[in-house]
Design a binder for this molecule. Structure first.
Ligand SMILES: Cc1ncc(C[n+]2csc(CCOP(=O)(O)OP(=O)(O)O)c2C)c(N)n1
Ligand SMILES: [Mg+2]
Length: 337
């Protein structure tokens, strides 16, 4: 007589069944959106440089689920996943990537500058590590107001070697600002393996230098990222100051679309796709827990593909920005609009 394998005992972090399923759907929305972006880019239907987040979805999905409305994030050049996880809609995101007037930034920002203050998304950023002082400034604002919001900053392993990283964390740690510094260590900064520019074993080890907790999580495990971020957010809201979280992750695509990837072995990427896919891993867990089966996964996929197709149709049928938008939202050095 065969016995069914028993469901794994996991710490659900107080999340109900639907909240657990939602992690999967969020990661799937990021994955399918970006697969479509890749297709459109290769078809020359979308402009500019594009950095895909595929493989890293669990970091954005886990971290943003631990935040509340009113909390803010700053992002990187690889920011689509952060925006989607923070609640941005796919239509205006796709329109922004296509340079259309209905994009979040009227088509003037493109992939690396998507921002939506209404969603607490302070912006993707083409300048490595530049989101760190921005999130630190937002946390300073919350601190001055005495409010309970938190600012979370996503940045890469390469970003952790910039001056802005040290200055931002030192400032936030000294004042005990409500900030979370979340390093997405995907093991490469452009073409450079992390072993060639990080003299310590982990980015999180640097937290000790600022007197704050440094936490390492498996960035392919959405629940682990959620748990670490939730603790960091509780600590920040309690006035105890920032946390440095390092999520060990891996990008499945090149640094940017068009990267020949001569700096890493194809076998390494193939192994990561097999062993470290956050969607496959979480689908397995949901199945083991009896929370979703083949039909449910098919349903999620159909719905997300439809949503992405609608986003493309919306973007493609949207107008180009009119020339008079050229001089709006532009500031001179004195801060005059
Ligand atoms: C200040 C600055 N220096 C260099 C670059 C060029 N550049 C763009 S992305 C990148 C690598 C960033 O690596 P990492 O922070 O690990 O992020 P990842 O691309 O791995 O997500 C570099 C060097 C830049 N955009 N800004
Ligand atoms: Mg990196």
């Amino acid at each position: 007589m065969s016995t069914l394998p028993s469901a794994p005992s996991i710490n659900r972090e107080g999340l109900n069944d639907d909240q657990l399923r939602q992690f999967y759907v969020t990661m799937l929305r990021i994955r399918r959106f970006e697969e479509k972006v890749k297709e459109l880019f290769l078809d020359a239907r979308l402009y500019g440089s594009v950095h895909l987040y595929i493989g890293e979805e669990a970091v954005a999905a886990g971290a943003c689920a631990a935040l509340r409305d009113g909390d803010v994030i700053s992002s990187t050049h690889r920011g689509h996943g952060h925006g989607i996880a923070k609640g941005l809609e796919l239509g205006p995101m796709m329109a922004e990537l296509m340079g259309k007037a209905t994009g979040y930034n009227f088509g003037k920002g493109g992939s690396m500058h998507i921002a939506s203050l209404d969603h607490g998304m302070l912006g993707a950023n083409g300048i490595v590590a530049a989101g760190i002082p921005i999130a630190t400034g937002a946390a300073l604002g919350f601190w001055i107001r005495g409010s309970r919001e938190v600012a979370l900053c996503f940045f890469g392993d390469g970003g952790a070697n910039h001056g802005a990283f040290h200055e931002g964390i030192n400032f936030a740690a000294t004042l005990k600002l409500p900030a979370i510094f979340l390093c997405e260590n995907n093991h490469y900064a452009q073409y450079q393996p992390v072993t060639q520019d990080l003299p310590v074993s982990n980015v999180a080890d640097r937290a000790a230098a600022y007197g704050i907790p440094g936490v390492i999580v498996d960035g392919a495990d959405v629940l682990a990222v959620y748990a670490a971020t939730r603790r960091a957010a509780e600590r920040a809201r309690a006035g105890e100051g920032p946390t440095l979280i390092e999520a060990k992750t891996y990008r499945f695509e090149g640094h940017f679309l068009g990267d020949p990837e001569s700096y890493r072995a194809k076998e390494e990427v193939a192994a990561a796709r097999t062993e470290r896919d956050p969607l496959t891993r979480f689908a397995t867990l949901l199945t083991q827990l009896g929370l979703a089966g083949a039909e449910d996964f098919q349903r999620y996929d159909d719905a997300v593909r439809q949503e992405v197709a609608a986003a493309v149709a919306f973007a493609e049928s949207s107008p180009e920005p009119s020339p008079d938008l050229l001089l709006t939202d532009v500031y001179d050095v004195d801060g005059r609009a």
